[in-house]
Design a protein around this ligand. Structure first.
Ligand code: NAD
Ligand code: TYD
Length: 335
């Protein structure tokens, strides 16, 4: 594997992964293929834009002809697929784009891999495909009991990957990661939304009682886990990636306010998200056997993340303008 196609590489995790790959593997060439939706942002890749090993191509993973042309032109060996619609709240407003990108788009990449005999398709998936887990922790073999259009679309993408492995021998691997936090996360997701609101003394909209639990992991830990599976994972297999420590949203919100020296009174309870999954939890024994475990505790990850947003207002202030606030109003007004 030398020539990697990183789809969705201009998004949050994808851009962190590209930077990580170029640092770690001096002989790799990385082609980022990204549609640049509202969540895609070339600012995320600004510091590597002059690296001769990196190329950016704007395109949609649903565009068969363009995907095939890029795979051929750059002599691609493997695809790492981050491209997706990713925000649960948006999936409740507009499910169609999730089905299109997360299901059909995944199929297009699998077909290209099959047609050109690629060495690997790695699918970046999520703990949300297991559905809420009120007790215990999800194993890779657990059933997928999804409850939101986002998680249902991601689950369908995963199942299509496994179908292509079984039916056509396409060498796929899948990772199911827990919630990521860190640099370059679009500030509509809870953690960067809360941090940037708190900096500006705007209330933090906490859904329901705020007692929902997530396993928040540092994005570079997740990238490292994806790298381990890409290079050592067994085709046809799924690997959970998380810290196995869950935190309540209200605890996360209070910690952000403490780190920024802001009052807890900025927390504003708002009407809960419909179908809100109460808790996710991953059993990560399988990936531990390959030598990976998350390096940052939740507190360390959150502290680094808060510091990055404090130091990089140039990045998020540009985003939190016109279209962003239109979405914000639609999402939070009257709640
Ligand atoms: P993101 O929303 O920040 O980025 C998604 C990227 O995909 C954007 O750059 C966007 O422009 C691009 N994209 C969207 N539709 C596309 C299409 N049709 N064709 C080409 N590009 C397209 O997402 P993220 O948080 O970086 O998540 C990346 C992947 O990781 C997703 O597959 C997501 O399901 C998965 N994941 C995310 C988390 C998390 O906490 N953020 C956790 C586990 C798994
Ligand atoms: P989010 O970042 O949207 O990730 P996901 O729903 O995919 O886990 O949300 C993380 C948690 O924070 C989730 O339990 C929903 C909650 N949340 C809020 O309380 N308020 C908000 O404004 C948002 C966006 C999320």
């Amino acid at each position: 594997m030398r020539n990697l196609l990183v789809t969705g590489g201009a998004g949050f995790i994808g851009s962190n992964f590209v930077r990580y790959l170029l640092d770690k593997y001096p002989d790799y060439r990385v082609v980022v293929y990204d549609k640049l939706t509202y969540a895609g942002n070339l600012d995320n890749l600004l510091d590597i834009q002059d690296d001769p090993r990196y190329t950016f191509v704007r395109g949609d993973i649903c565009d068969v002809a363009r995907v095939e042309a890029v795979v051929q032109e750059y002599d691609i060996d493997a695809i790492v697929n981050f491209a997706a619609e990713t925000h649960v709240d948006r999936s409740l407003m507009q499910p169609g784009s999730f089905i299109q990108t997360d299901v059909y788009g995944t199929y297009v990449l699998l077909e290209a891999a099959r047609k050109f005999g690629l060495e690997r398709v790695h699918q970046v998936s999520t703990d949300e495909v297991y559905g809420q887990v009120l007790e215990g922790a999800s194993l890779e073999t657990d059933p997928l009991i999804t409850r939101s259009p986002y998680s249902a679309s991601k689950a369908a993408g995963d199942l299509m990957c496994l179908a292509y492995f079984t039916s056509f021998g396409v060498p796929v691997t899948i990772t199911r990661g827990s919630n990521n936090i860190g640099p370059y996360q679009y500030p509509e997701k809870a953690v960067p939304l809360f941090i940037t609101n708190a900096i500006d003394d705007i209330p933090l909209p906490l859904y329901g009682d705020g007692r929902q639990m997530r396993d928040y992991q540092y994005v570079l830990d997740h990238c490292e886990g994806i790298d381990v599976v890409l290079h050592q994972g067994v085709p046809g297999e799924i690997y959970n990636l998380g810290t196995s420590v869950e935190t309540e949203n209200i605890v996360m919100a209070r910690l952000i306010l403490d780190l920024l020296g802001k009052p807890h009174s900025l927390i504003q309870h708002v009407t809960d998200r419909p179908g809100h999954d109460r808790r996710y939890s991953l059993n990560c024994d399988k990936i531990a056997a390959l030598g990976w475990r998350s390096r940052h505790s939740f507190e360390e990850a959150l502290e680094k993340t808060v510091r990055w947003y404090v130091d990089n207002e140039w990045w998020w202030r540009k985003i939190k303008t016109g279209e962003y606030w239109e979405y914000y109003r639609r999402q939070y007004e009257g709640r």
